[in-house]
Design a binder for this molecule. Sequence first.
Ligand code: PLP
Length: 407
Amino acid sequence: MTSQNRSLLQLSRRADALGTENAFVVLGEVNRLLREGNDIVSFCIGQPDFSTPLHVQDAAVEAVRGGKHGYTPSAGIDELRAAAAQSMGALRGLDITPDEVVVGAGAKPFIGYAVASLTDYGVGDEVIFPVPGFPIYESQIVANGAVPVSLPLSESRNFAFDPAQLAARIGPKTRLLILNTPHNPTGGLLSRSDLEAVAEVLRAHPHVWIYADEIYSKLVYDGEFSSIASLPDMRERTIISDGASKTYAMTGWRIGFVANKMLAPVFTRWITNTESCASQISQWAAVAALNGPQDDADRMKRRFHQRRDLIVRLLNELPGFQCAAPGGAFYAWPNVTKACAIVGARDSEQLRTRLLHEAGVAVLADAHFGPRVEADGQHIRFSYAASEAAIEDGIRRIDKFMRTARP
Ligand SMILES: Cc1ncc(COP(=O)(O)O)c(C=O)c1O
């Protein structure tokens, strides 16, 4: 191929617009530094550091040995759809039937399927999403040719948003509202009264769908988990999204599930068009996770709770750090505006780079989760899905850095 011809080869606008999840980019950098022999404590990646419960592993081995390793229906095996319907319904006080549930290779693919199913390309359809927020929301909105409309979460509201700001963003072009509770990256929760305020706003806009990303629903430490789907008039228009990754330490098994009556056949068709089905082996493992003993899941949750208390206490002892106690998930989101000033870092991203190279501590910066919320200052994210020893070691390193670093 001549270089002239090669220059005529172009990517689609969709491919150009597709973003990424910077946790994976930073993780690549951390892994490179580790390979080069550097000593790094990593708080980058949002996945439990525990082993998948033994009875879940056994179910997978049994599936392989028992010949249960072929394709399954695109919506998932009946046993898992039933188990997920039961589990999601029980937590939310809803009667969810198995035919409303679709199983996918993780919860993540449903973000793209939802945006693609509910918006059209290039016609100005709008999707409202939280900022800071899981980067895949904006990436999928933009790649699907819809218009991203950010909804700022604020520290003064414990990382909830102002319902008046939501109301101001909804118009005739709004197709979808993405909610995420417990929240990545702040660990914030939307309380029942927050959700009631959202439902009140949405009742005036019956054309707006809701994507309720509730992947951390079982990791709540303060108060109770609430879902917008449980509130009057909200169920029909809400896609409830949950999964096995975070609750059962099953991130790499790739099992997520959603529930919505009208969209279940649509999501099923997307899966037929993409991965065909989630791994059958993982599906049987997830049946064991959901229907089997919950002791391991409970134990992991208790450990996350203890670690949350530990990391919040230690972060608040660091010069220039200020950390609100996150109500759920496994992320701490300290305000580091003063810390940046102390060490002469331009912003949280420069602080993050210096922590990595000068202190040997890997974290993510707020810039990895969308544009910074005005007036809220600088933040960095710690995933405390790391051992207590790693938390203590990492914070000790940052303390030393904060006391010795110079601009
Ligand atoms: C808010 C949020 N939604 C969805 C996901 C994806 O979960 P899964 O591993 O089930 O695809 C994550 C994973 O980090 C997340 O933080």
